[in-house]
Design a protein. Structure first.
Lengths: 492, 613
């Protein structure tokens, strides 16, 4: 099938699945197709339908990543009309690789949420078996767009699981690279020290192809990994030829783990063992504190990062007069512009940074974060290239970890709508540790049972399995993800 | 090696194409524009606050005179005021000890902003030098400009600080429309410089208020780098325009230890810091334009006896009374007056059995007392957080050593050289003026003139000893007057030309007024040498004979008999000067010397001879 044929089908799906609300703004269909046609013409060889190359492919961009052609809203009322004068570096890199941006995808406001319910533009969602289900958050729109064929691949952002969780819920592949590999210049900050651009695709190849286009040093991003450090990272993975030691973190086998998910986890381990890899149980004791640490640190940074939104230099202001003589001129604007979850996290963060609480919350959480990272360094066979001193590895150490991405399958919207916020936070329990440590992690869809055909009513029994690697071992993670993806697929 | 690197960095900085060239030009010309007024006078403005700017047409000498007068007046009234306020008073100050700590913010002299490549600017069209990050645009990130460290390090070294190998940046949160990110990036947890001090010498104090117990050492707790805010331009009644050119202009904040015990000393401390920062080329001209901002902490305690109140400790200095903070003082005068007002308020309060609250207070120029802004419960919690986007700054010892070695001479050493050495012998005031003018270009020029003169008169020791003082007058007064409305340039009249003019006067070859005319001809671009002009225009002094003098004087006395009578009988000696002027006016230029003319006049009128100077 040609590039243009793919694009036409994806454009058609935009209309077909518009009720899923995956997009906030969509590029003009005709000009998108015209650009695909031009690409196809300029490179008429068969290579242009390469499964990996983003050339001539439609890519959706999460709407917290700046684009000069379409508005960038972060799904917030306060930025609902924002036009960025510049493209984020990752968008620029994709355009240079020949990709065509098809639109800006829905998300939880500023990336804060686990079900994509907290969007100024309404929830993005899944429909399975006639029931509305959570698309996961915060990159829910990107995941739905990929899952329903409205694009070839999509960019998301992952701060505590925001790419991996939606991938797990929507039966797509979601990859969060090592922190610092992909540029954040032009990515609207939620929690800078955790924010990572992530990639969603229908298979590992497309995700890897996009990753190849973005994995470069960017001087515009002060946290971009410099070339000197990049040169110390492994250039490529094993290509699947090497047998890996796969760690099974027993601390992730929690009592509230959904039985279907546990079944898929076991099946994944068996599949990989059958391919010659070895399994090893490991302990990550700090994991039990990781979620609490994350929900202290991320809101703290968020409360700081979101202080800039006042509607003065850009963005929307509240109607009428704002401010009283004794206050700033944007109290009302912020009150109206931010949704309830964002307000909640700003308040949480402002509290944990306050003089009375910083020692017991922010500082403690930073210590936990360090422990979480040490946990990982303790179990991986390869040393962390960012650390100067290395901890003692227990035994030989493992190459990667395999665990579920989320403790449950995609929940029904009807079940989560009245939930306490804390319930939603629980969905991030398995994804947050890799975020705190800055490690590469990917979610791969695996069905609990063998021989299941795609897109049946049983499709809802697809779980996300997460592979986590040592810092910089992104290729190792991608290679194993390909093996798992292939062996778990029902076949053509 | 390192020196080369540093030099290359400086050269690069100048060549960077994306630094707005017009701004750099403007920045260069700025101090020159202000050189119209001698800097001593500008600082004076800061001291006196409410003074009106001098008429631009006023002769340079008059400007200086007025400045000196004003200074005397201020000193009188300042000491008078403090005496008055403590009349009740003096005894109270015997009983109570004042303790002051000061935080000073100064704009660093850098080409670019602290966290973006945008150029810094002083008077550019609003919002023309603003990078995405400066407006806190979504998705933008800080780009720390390493070069901004150089003036900051020079400042810290000049303040005798220990440069920290590692420092880092934190976010200080507060909402205000001039703060686009909702936080200021500053150095709270790990400042780049700590544990410095400066020494206040007698010459730093205004005449008559120098403390008797010799030099005073004031500790500097730390120096930190931080961002400036946007400029708010009010458009009454209810419009506020924001100019983001100033956002993220690099500042340093200098925090003193609470070791100041006198309002005058506090003022001298701030002025001295200004002078030091300027001497090492660390700050923009903006500081004299009102860019100085300071916060002061004030507390009092009983000098003798135990007081249970003295339980507070600030920056490791213990046994102090409860302090208050007075924010946002914009001049040296304001600092001094606010401290006096707050000291007296606290003493009043305590003597009447009250308690000083730890609170933030404000002070406006001209007011008698400080005003409560907010109490402890209203304190802003800045929620300091390390900035996750900015890597720690690591400063190598080699760079510190290099900057230390190349640090310009500090004004203390220069002042004592100019005042105490036999080569120069200037007054403290003239020495300070020379140092402050045109980034010390005027001082270099002065050194050159003296050097030329010393060569010319190397055989005449009696003249050599006067050269420094004479050259100082010509450089500051006569040449200064010519540059009143122009940018200073050391090439319009070169040091050797001025030295030649002065030498002719000292040899009595030309009169003083001829010399001034010569100077102004050279200034206007006459290409001939000084000697050539004197020869061409026949300017050599060809004195009248004694008989000619007597004849001229006698005819004048006869003509103005009434005046002569007043002079003799009423001792109205001032009128002698008028007669001298007449004698000069009635003769060819360069023929009448005022001193000889006056001597002859006195002779005819049977007055005692002039006192020898």
């Amino acid at each position: 099938m040609s590039l243009l044929r793919h694009a036409e089908r994806q454009i058609a799906n935009l209309g077909k699945y518009s009720h899923l609300n995956a997009f906030i703004n969509v590029a003009d269909h005709e000009s998108v197709l015209a650009r695909v046609a031009a690409s196809a013409e300029s490179s008429p060889s068969t290579d242009n339908v390469n499964a990996r190359s983003p050339f001539g492919r439609l890519i959706a961009i999460k709407d917290n990543i700046c684009t000069a052609d379409l508005p960038t809203t972060a799904a917030s009322g306060i930025l609902k009309l924002l036009k960025s004068p510049y493209d984020a570096t990752v968008v620029k890199q994709l355009r240079e690789a020949g990709a065509i941006t098809v639109g800006k995808t829905n998300l939880d406001e500023f990336g804060m949420g686990s079900h994509n319910l907290h969007s100024h533009f309404g929830a993005s969602k899944l429909v399975r078996g006639g029931e509305e289900r959570s698309a996961g958050g915060s990159s829910g729109g990107s995941a739905v767009a990929v899952a329903t064929g409205q694009c070839w691949a999509a960019l998301g952002t992952d701060t505590g699981g925001s790419v991996r969780l939606p991938a797990a819920y929507t039966r797509t592949v979601g990859f969060k690279p090592s922190y610092g590999l992909l540029s954040r210049w032009g990515v609207i900050a939620y929690a800078n020290s955790l924010d990572t651009v992530g990639i969603l695709g229908q298979n590992v190849e497309s995700v890897e192809g996009v990753f190849d286009s973005l994995d470069f040093y960017d001087p515009q991003d002060p946290t971009s990994l410099p070339p000197s450090t990049r040169s110390r990272l492994p250039k490529q993975g094993s290509g699947g030829a090497k047998t890996l030691k796969i760690g099974v973190p027993m601390d992730y086998n929690i009592s509230t783990l959904d039985a279907t998910v546990r079944k898929a986890w076991l099946r994944s381990l068996q599949l990989l063992q059958a391919r010659g890899h070895t399994l090893h149980t490991v302990r990550l004791p700090a994991t039990q504190h990781a979620l609490s640490a994350y929900y202290v640190l991320a809101p703290a940074e968020a409360s700081s990062n979101l202080a800039k939104y006042d509607g003065i230099r850009y963005g929307s202001r509240a109607e009428g007069k704002d401010g009283i003589p004794d206050s700033v001129l944007f109290a009302k604007t912020r009150g109206e512009g931010f949704g309830p979850e964002v307000q909640r996290r700003i308040l949480l963060g402002a509290f944990s940074l306050s003089a009375q609480a910083i020692d017991n919350y922010f500082i403690q959480a930073q210590k936990v974060r360090r422990l979480v990272q040490q946990d990982f360094d303790n179990v991986f066979a390869t040393p962390n290239p960012l650390m100067t001193s290395q901890p003692e590895v227990d035994g030989e150490g493992v190459d990667v970890l395999l665990c579920p991405t989320a403790p449950t399958l995609a929940p029904k919207l009807s079940e989560i709508k009245g939930q306490q916020p804390l319930h939603a936070y629980m969905n991030d329990v398995f994804t947050v540790p890799a975020s705190l440590a800055g490690l590469p992690a990917i979610s791969v869809p695996v069905h609990a049972d063998e021989g299941v055909k795609a897109a049946t009513e049983e499709a809802s029994a697809w779980s996300g399995m997460q592979i986590i690697g040592q810092y910089g071992d992104d290729r190792v993670v991608l290679d194993l993800a390909k093996e798992l993806f292939e062996s778990a697929s029902p076949g053509p | 090696m390192l020196a080369n690197n540093a030099r290359r960095a400086f050269a690069l900085l100048q060549k960077r194409p994306y630094i707005c060239q017009s701004c750099l030009r403007r920045a260069r010309s700025l101090p020159l524009v202000h050189a119209r007024l001698p800097k001593a006078r500008t600082i004076q403005t800061a001291t006196s606050g409410a003074q009106t700017p001098p008429n631009d047409d006023a002769p340079f000498r008059k400007v200086l005179k007025d400045a000196a007068k004003q200074k005397k007046k201020d000193n009188r009234s300042a000491s008078g005021a403090s005496k008055k306020s403590s009349k009740a008073g003096d005894a109270r100050l015997e009983k109570w000890e004042l303790t002051v700590g000061i935080e000073i913010h100064a704009e660093l002299n850098t080409a670019r902003k602290l966290f973006s490549g945008a150029a810094t600017s002083a008077n550019a069209t609003p919002n023309t030098h603003v990078a995405l990050f400066d407006t806190a645009f979504p998705g933008s990130q800080p780009h720390f400009q390493k070069e901004t460290l150089l003036p900051a390090l020079r400042a810290a070294l000049a303040l005798n600080c220990e440069i920290q190998h590692r420092s880092s940046f934190d976010r200080k949160h507060y909402f205000y429309q001039d703060q686009p990110a909702g936080y200021q990036i500053t150095q709270y947890y790990e400042p780049f410089a700590r544990d410095g001090h400066i020494t206040l010498y007698p010459h730093d104090f205004p005449a008559g208020v120098c403390p008797e117990d010799g030099p005073i050492i004031i500790g500097i707790k730390q120096v930190q780098m931080e961002q400036d805010t946007a400029k708010t331009v009010q458009q009454p009644p209810s419009t506020y325009l924001l100019d983001f050119n100033r956002v993220s202009h690099p500042l340093i904040e200098i925090i003193s230890l609470p070791q100041l015990h006198d309002p005058v000393t506090a003022a001298v401390f701030v002025r001295k810091i200004q002078t030091i920062l300027k001497a090492v080329n660390a700050v923009t001209a903006g500081m004299e334009m009102g860019g100085l901002r300071a916060d002061v902490n004030v507390s009092v305690k009983q000098k003798y006896g135990q007081s249970t109140n003295n339980i507070h400790s600030y920056h490791g200095v213990g046994e102090l009374g409860q302090r208050t903070e007075i924010k946002n003082l914009a001049s040296v005068k304001a600092i001094e007056d606010a401290i006096v007002a707050e000291r007296d308020r606290q003493i009043d309060l305590l003597e009447n059995g009250g308690v000083v609250e730890g609170e933030t207070r404000g002070w406006t120029l001209g007011s008698k007392t400080t005003k409560r802004l907010r109490g402890k419960e209203g304190e802003i919690d800045y929620r300091y957080m390390p900035d996750p986007d900015i890597a720690p700054v690591v400063i190598g010892q080699e760079l510190v050593d290099h900057l230390q070695q190349t640090l310009p001479a500090l004004s203390d050493e220069t002042v004592s050289t100019l005042v105490d050495s036999s080569t120069y012998g200037l007054t403290i005031k003239d020495a300070n003026t020379l140092i402050l003018l045109d980034d010390s270009d005027r001082l270099d020029f002065y050194y050159d003139v003296v050097e030329h003169l010393r060569t010319i008169f190397s055989e005449q020791p009696q003249i050599v000893s006067r050269l420094g003082k004479v050259a100082g007058n010509w450089v500051l007064m006569e040449l200064g007057a010519l540059f009143k409305n122009e940018e200073w340039s050391p090439t319009k009249v070169t040091p050797d030309q001025l030295a030649s003019v002065i030498a002719h006067v000292l040899r009595k070859q030309i009169t003083g007024s001829t010399a001034k005319r010569l100077l102004s001809m050279k200034f206007e671009g006459d290409a001939r040498s000084v000697e050539q002009i004197i020869a061409d225009e026949d300017l050599f002094l060809s004195p009248l004979t004694r008989n000619e003098y007597l004849h001229l004087a006698q005819s004048l006395v006869d003509e103005k008999a009434a005046m002569a009578k007043d002079i003799v009988e009423k001792q109205q000696l001032g009128k002698l000067k008028w007669l001298v002027g007449q004698m000069m006016a009635r003769s060819a230029e360069g023929t009448v010397e005022p001193a000889t003319a006056e001597a002859v006049l006195r002779e005819i009128l049977h007055l005692p001879p002039m006192e020898q100077k």
